[in-house]
Design a protein around this ligand. Structure first.
Ligand SMILES: NC(=O)c1ccc[n+]([C@@H]2O[C@H](COP(=O)([O-])OP(=O)(O)OC[C@H]3O[C@@H](n4cnc5c(N)ncnc54)[C@H](OP(=O)(O)O)[C@@H]3O)[C@@H](O)[C@H]2O)c1
Length: 307
């Protein structure tokens, strides 16, 4: 895992006491940007060695539990794996909520369900703590550059406090509606991403089979109607058979499961998304769940090339 974060111009804001829980691929650089922007940051990570490493790198504090990290904070952020991980760091005697003061704010950057956002927001409200669900898009590179896109659910009065902090690691930060709306918007994002990626993988495999110089093809196609962020970033890595994450197949399976459950509730038809979900399940069944999602290409590429 790379621990670097890139330099960024930060808006001048009043320094705040914040806590950050979950120093993974995304959380580590996000918390780093908060520290670089001048905030007083206390971090918690389940694996303490990573918390200590972050603390040394950014000259800030680390804590042994989420509750301890949150104890002095005006705002607490989290970026962990899934619904259960979020409950684990938020609830219980050592959870963040136990340490949070009335009037403080919890911002959740985990990609989780809209229901868990509503459930935890209601529990937080009983303790006069505000809650924003704020899943992120932009990948590891976006986190390292501090250029994420953040889709939020909650109340505007809380966004006014949250926005200046989140902008230290984002380039866009939008309130979509009430609690859960950020997670619903992230599901929209994932449906669009997998469609683009499967289309790109099929296009790259077809071009190779047809004997085209696909690097040359990418350079012209990227400037036409098929051009996209996926084509620019994943087209070359597919051709190079480089499937290092990035964003793993495992995480995408989790996200597509959230999408499928929500579609059952709202009646949306997702025929292509369901097929692509099966493709990801095949990759995971081959033991490649920790590859980048562009590994969709491995199911299509000519066997002599498949890595
Ligand atoms: N990676 C991406 O490109 C990307 C992009 C957009 C959104 N996301 C979403 O962002 C979230 C984090 O992704 P990531 O790539 O940063 O994941 P990651 O590298 O696996 O990091 C997960 C973090 O959560 C912590 N964690 C997990 N379960 C926990 C638990 N039960 N109790 C305490 N801590 C726990 C882990 O602690 P340990 O270090 O102790 O394991 C680690 O700090 C996920 O919801 C993912 O879907 C990721």
């Amino acid at each position: 895992m790379s621990y670097a974060i890139e330099a960024k111009h930060y808006d001048s804001v009043t320094p705040q006491k914040v806590a950050f829980i979950g120093l993974g691929v995304m959380g580590y650089p996000m918390a780093g940007h908060l520290a670089q922007a001048g905030h007083q940051v206390t971090v918690y990570n389940r694996n303490q060695a990573r918390a200590q490493q972050w603390s040394t790198q950014f000259q800030q504090e680390w804590a042994c539990t989420p509750a301890q990290a949150a104890a002095q904070a005006q705002v607490v952020m989290a970026c962990v794996g899934n619904d259960d991980d979020l409950r684990a760091v938020f609830l219980g005697p050592d959870g963040a909520l136990a340490g949070m003061k009335a009037g403080s704010l919890f911002i959740d950057h985990t990609t989780a369900s809209a229901q868990v956002a509503r459930e935890l927001s209601a529990i937080a409200a009983d303790q006069h703590v505000s809650f924003i669900d704020a899943p992120i898009s932009g990948g590891q590179a976006g986190a390292q550059k501090g250029m994420l896109s953040i889709m939020c659910g909650g109340q505007e009065k809380d966004m006014e406090r949250a926005r200046p902090l989140m902008m230290s690691y984002a380039q866009a930060c939008t309130l979509m509606g009430p609690t859960g709306s950020g997670q619903l918007c992230k599901m929209v994002n994932q449906i669009a991403v997998v469609g683009l990626l499967q289309g790109l993988a099929e296009a790259m495999a077809f071009g190779e089979q047809a004997g085209l110089d696909m690097e040359r093809a990418l350079s012209v196609l990227s400037k036409g109607a098929a051009g996209s962020w996926q084509m620019d970033t994943k087209g070359p890595t597919m051709l190079a058979r480089d499937f290092q994450p990035g964003f793993t197949v495992n995480w995408m399976l989790k996200d597509l499961d959230l999408v499928a459950q929500e579609a059952l509730r709202n009646g949306a038809q997702l025929p292509a998304t369901r097929l692509i979900q099966e493709q990801f399940a095949k990759i995971a069944a081959q033991g490649h769940q920790n590859l980048d999602i562009s590994a969709l290409f491995t199911l299509l590429a000519h066997s002599r090339d498949a890595g």
